[in-house]
Design a protein around this ligand. Structure first.
Ligand code: HEC
Ligand code: HEC
Length: 571
């Protein structure tokens, strides 16, 4: 309401300018000016904790709907659907009963949500980007800004999770070949297929994910730490999260675990676990169910620039854009979680804006057992704790969309079994289909979205994989691995890095973090729940976040037929 009256006011005082301005430009200028003090405070600060806003922290937020990500404002023209990877109905057995597939079909934003608050998307920053030289950006992305985060947090008396994985800035070198952190911190990295679009390097960032289970899951029945027990429990968890009855594993000696895991009647060395209905070692007997992590599970996610190794190959940069962390504190059962979704629905219906319990240095509580906390670069590139508003951005994707499994993405998308333990490596990774589909997941995404990013504005992807009439050419993907599909040219990589560098300098994350330098074409500034065209029937899709990693599935030659409807595939 308040925003609307401000807008009206400005329209009155700026009528001459409006004649030339693109629609919405006035509003964006007003917002930019209004938020300037917040950004200036952040620009001036170099402490590891950000300055607190003046007055009530929630009331001081610019965007109370920060949980709605930019993707939702895609101009679909009734045809192009990038929505299906997030907004989905429940699949049998899932803990996730959000059932928000209908958001693909009908806009139902709150009054506030109808306005796209991510105004950074509409700004032309090509001048600022041009002013940065290649040398400068190459040096910038190659700096280590991770190693001093932990000591700075400790000095500040920080009481939440303090990064405890040594040399993470080095990426793969921090882990052994089975994914275990070399520093003994018990973090384990795994190799997963990046979520469509947002986490493709060609759209701005590289990333990695690590998991850590609590002590009981790493300890044998006699109370001794055991890597074999830990690996068995990780494999059992993988099977449970994916809803599988059996799963491959790195070679394990069953006698170290004390359980016949492959069910062949003797204790030997195995590479397949067929008994996944209980954890082993000191965690034997702990609560277990499909699609749920145990209490105490931690995830660590770093989002990075596009880095270049000596041979010019693109991978994670040493500099980290964001350190992201989640911990599961409460292991609710599916019944309780279903209640949570119901309550969330009531609150939304009653017109409440989203709100999350603040856990101090642990970040925000997503309402279903997890704490979520982010760390992001300050103006000079040191990592700092995220503000309340910056953290609120995390909450929608990790609490109230239908496609996730126990509020997470990547673990369900890990390469099955032994091959999926180890630091992320897109080279050699197949564009495997999601479960229930027959064509590669990314090819399918291109078909449904009509582009190589949700806004159909990644021109390099359009040139590489689409013809002049905007249709994907499947044969152009034939034989390509994930690296070859979603890693950009060196030139684009440098541009993306520079574009994000400008946002860091501005400290304007609250206006959007997308590495764009000129406004993407297909984004709404305002959506109308009643008037904006929605996706047509036949352009709305089912989707399962899990992948079909069987080699024969990945080898399927791309055909011409799009599979539009999938029967829920429960193992
Ligand atoms: C990367 C995941 C993602 C994608 C892709 C995505 N959304 Fe969303 N969407 C969210 C999240 C997170 C929220 C906020 C949480 C919620 O309300 O469900 C949201 C909220 C919404 C809302 C508001 C719902 C409410 O309850 O207030 C609408 C409407 C919406 N999205 C429509 C779309 C449409 C249409 C598309 C495709 C053009 C789309 N979204 C693509 C994640 C996504
Ligand atoms: C637009 C949706 C979206 C938003 C907003 C978002 N995430 Fe995520 N998050 C993802 C996706 C998708 C992945 C998987 C990464 C991949 O596939 O490359 C992920 C992965 C993670 C993981 C690893 C566990 C998992 O779910 O795979 C953590 C931890 C995490 N995010 C924390 C955060 C934090 C902290 C924030 C806020 C700073 C945040 N996320 C904001 C979508 C989102």
């Amino acid at each position: 309401m308040e925003k609307r009256s401000k807008m009206a006011l400005c329209v009155i005082c700026a009528i001459p300018a409006l004649v030339f301005a693109e629609p919405g430009q006035e509003r964006q200028q007003v917002i930019l000016e209004a938020q300037q003090p917040v950004m200036t405070r952040l620009r001036d600060a170099d402490s590891v904790r950000p300055p607190s806003p003046e007055g009530h922290p929630v009331a001081a937020m610019y965007n109370r709907e920060a949980i709605i990500p930019p993707q939702c404002y895609t101009r679909t023209e009734g045809q192009n659907n990038p929505c299906y990877v997030c907004h989905q109905d429940s699949l049998p057995g899932r803990e996730n009963v959000m059932n928000d597939r209908d958001l693909q079909e009908a806009y139902s934003f709150s009054d506030l949500g109808q306005t796209n608050h991510w105004v950074n998307l509409f700004r032309d920053r090509s001048k600022e980007v041009e002013a940065i030289s290649d040398r400068e950006i190459l040096d910038w992305v190659d700096d280590d800004n991770y190693s001093d985060l932990a000591p700075r947090l400790k000095n500040a008396g920080f009481k939440g999770w303090i990064p405890d994985l040594a040399d993470l800035q080095a990426g793969a070198a921090a882990f052994d070949e089975q994914g275990f952190a070399r520093d003994g911190s018990q973090w384990v990295s795994f190799n997963y297929k990046p979520f469509p679009s947002t986490f493709w390097p060609t759209n701005g960032s590289t990333d990695d994910v690590m998991i850590r289970l609590p002590l009981d899951y790493r300890t044998d029945a006699a109370g001794k730490p055991s890597r074999a027990v830990y690996q068995a429990n990780l494999a059992i968890l993988e099977a449970r999260i994916k809803g599988f009855d059996a799963i491959g594993t790195v070679p394990l000696d069953e006698s170290e675990v004390g359980v016949d895991l492959d069910g062949d009647g003797r204790l030997g060395t195995i590479d397949e676990i067929a008994r996944v209905d209980s954890y082993v070692g000191a965690a034997a007997g702990h609560f277990i169910d499909t699609h749920l992590y145990p209490r105490g599970t931690e995830f660590l996610h770093t989002v990075r620039y596009l880095g270049f190794d000596d041979s010019g190959k693109i991978g994670v940069s040493r500099r980290i854009k964001e350190v992201r962390y989640m911990k599961k504190w409460q292991a609710y059962n599916k019944g309780t979680l279903a209640r949570y979704y119901e309550e969330e629905g009531f609150e939304k219906e009653a017109g409440f804006l989203p709100g999350y319990t603040r856990l101090g240095d642990w970040g925000l509580d997503n309402g279903s057992g997890w704490s979520i906390q982010g760390f992001i670069e300050n103006r000079s590139g040191q990592l700092r704790v995220a503000t309340l508003e910056e953290n609120t951005f995390c909450m929608g994707c990790h609490s109230s969309i239908g496609s996730t499994i126990d509020k997470t993405f990547s673990f369900a998308r890990k390469i099955d079994g032994a091959a999926g333990w180890g630091y992320i490596d897109l080279q050699g990774m197949a564009d495997s289909p999601t479960l229930g589909e027959s064509e590669g997941e990314y090819l399918t995404y291109f078909r449904r979205t009509g582009g190589g990013d949700e806004f159909r504005s990644n021109t390099e992807m359009l040139q590489r994989f689409f013809n002049d009439s905007g249709e994907v050419e499947p044969e152009r993907l034939a034989g390509l691995d994930v690296y070859q599909i979603v890693v950009p040219s060196r030139e684009r990589a440098l541009q993306l890095n520079k574009a994000y560098r400008v946002i860091v300098d501005e400290q304007s994350y609250l206006l959007g973090r997308d590495a764009t330098w000129h406004p993407p074409r297909n984004v709404y500034d305002e959506v109308s729940n009643t008037d904006s065209p929605t996706l047509e029937e036949g352009r709305v899709f089912d989707w399962d976040i899990r992948l079909d990693w069987r080699p024969e599935a990945a080898r399927i030659v791309p055909g011409s037929k799009t599979v539009t409807s999938v029967s829920p595939n429960a193992h």
